[in-house]
Ligand binder design. Structure first.
Ligand SMILES: [Ca+2]
Length: 491
């Protein structure tokens, strides 16, 4: 793309970003494909471009070298809420998707938790609907987890219609269907899709199931890392004492090799310069699989280790190579960002909570410095009790509604409570610039900041009609007994 044309296009994107309802000229929609590589349970520490010293991730790192690496990017703390946030552009309270589909409930816990939707209603316009209306061919392969079955590969059956969610095409993931999380199969689907639609404008959602447990990677790669001195995992579910294992590092390398295959395909088809490639994690790394140090905690938690994720973008001609970006970004932003890139009109009667990242991609700032999370459900194995969170500028406030877990001295074990339950509400305040590990609760030292953030959080909960947890009239007489009840199927 000639330099003058690039500047003209950037200027138009800036203008579009300032006026969200104004579509950009069709020239952008005609030229820019979108490849979204979404990775399960991958916090920023998994990538060498974010500091991983245990394994190289050169193909994923190349997106940072050739594009932009976000240092303050966020998702939700678990799978379904993050996927819903991406597909709808909305925070959980607004979409109704605050809970992992098919996850347990605890009817005798101290707090009675609200109900959550088990699927995105088909009438809700997803980002795929928006792009399809703008002339894009839309496809996906991999983990879905916002309706019906867990993914499209279970027994080779697909029990609901992805076209209801705006997708023209759903991959079959036939290769490696029962091994290594189908990384090769998902990649094969993406490559076939790109080749088939090379002369069209397209959007592909490559939704990887790796690096979620069970730990599962090609044996040749596991052996490679065993020879490097890393231990073989004795459990498929991760063990705090063994991390990082050869199995986990092999999962990362297998993923990275397949990201490389997708990038090579774009080059060979001659469309790399016309394609936005965006790679992101859906939540933080599971802490019994790998440490998120210096971030606190891991998947499922409201701390940075649970919600901070890697975000890499490459779009030649728009993003200058090798740029870090410290703007706050959230997965809800991908919806308006992709719409902006496509020149698509945003749907009426559908509130978008995210902001377009296009101005940040071009080196500018974003018109926002505050993010929110609402996690009104229990996840004892991740030491999480119902809470809501606000990050505003350097500060972060976490409000636990009725109880918390004390995790000191606890080693996370699969499907076991990860701490000692302490009954009573609790509010925590951290300065993330001075204390990125969230070690020092400043709630008593900064009452002004506490009140300011608490009021903003309350306003947001009201605005989004968030369903709040309430004291449970049917609480177990022993306040911790509920943790050890047999699994129920209440959802
Ligand atoms: Ca996940």
């Amino acid at each position: 793309m000639p330099c003058s044309a690039t500047k003209f296009w950037i200027a138009l994107l800036f203008l579009w970003n300032c006026v969200p309802c104004l579509p950009v000229p069709a020239v952008a929609a005609q030229r820019t494909n979108i490849l979204f590589i979404f990775v399960d349970d991958m916090g920023p520490g998994a990538l060498s471009c974010y500091g991983n010293q245990d394994v190289g991730t050169p193909h994923m790192d190349s997106l940072s070298e050739d594009g932009m690496r976000f240092t303050k990017a966020y998702a939700c703390s678990q799978c379904s809420p993050s996927r819903a946030a991406f597909l709808t552009g909305q925070y959980g309270p607004r979409s109704g998707m605050t809970k992992v589909i098919n996850s347990r409930s605890w009817p005798h816990a101290p707090m009675l938790t609200p109900t959550a939707l088990k699927s995105i209603p088909p009438e809700v316009p997803t980002i795929a609907d928006v792009l399809k209306k703008a002339g894009y061919v839309t496809g996906l392969s991999g983990k879905w987890h916002v309706a019906g079955p867990y993914d499209t590969s279970q027994n080779g059956r697909q029990t609901f219609d992805f076209s209801e969610y705006g997708f023209d095409y759903a991959g079959r993931m036939q290769q490696e269907a029962k091994s290594a999380h189908c990384v090769t199969g998902i990649t094969d689907d993406a490559i076939s899709f790109m080749k088939e639609n090379r002369d069209k404008v397209w959007f592909f959602f490559a939704s990887h199931k790796t690096t979620h447990t069970p730990l599962n990677a090609p044996s040749s790669l596991v052996n490679k890392h065993l020879k490097r001195g890393y231990p073989r995992s004795t459990t498929r579910w991760g063990d705090f004492e063994q991390r990082p294992t050869a199995d986990y590092l092999a999962m990362l390398e297998h993923l990275d090799n397949n990201v490389g295959r997708m990038l090579e395909t774009l080059e060979s088809l001659g469309i790399a310069d016309d394609t936005l490639v965006l790679l992101m994690g859906d939540n933080g790394t599971l802490d019994r699989v790998a440490s998120s140090t210096p971030l606190r905690g891991g998947k499922g938690m409201p701390y940075e280790g649970g919600v901070r994720v890697p975000l890499l973008m490459r779009l030649p001609g728009v993003i200058s190579p090798g740029q870090p970006c410290s703007s706050l970004a959230h997965i809800i932003d991908l919806y308006p960002t992709f719409a902006s890139i496509a020149g698509a009109s945003l749907p009426v009667d559908h509130v978008i909570d995210g902001v377009s990242l296009v101005s940040a991609m071009s080196g500018g700032s974003l018109p926002r410095d505050t993010l929110y999370w609402h996690m009104p459900h229990y996840v004892p194995m991740y030491a999480r009790t119902p809470c809501s969170v606000i990050r505003s500028g350097d500060w972060k406030l976490i409000h636990y509604y009725g109880d918390t877990f004390d995790t000191s001295g606890f080693t996370p074990r699969n499907r076991k409570p990860a701490g000692k339950l302490l009954v009573g509400s609790r509010t925590e305040l951290y300065n993330l610039t001075n204390d990125p590990s969230e070690n020092t609760n400043l709630i008593d030292q900064h009452p002004g900041k506490r009140d300011e953030l608490f009021a903003k959080l309350q306003d947001w909960l009201d605005t989004t009609s968030a369903k709040l947890p309430e004291p449970n009239p049917d609480v177990a007489s022993d306040s911790t007994k509920w943790l050890y009840e047999a699994p129920n199927r209440l959802r």
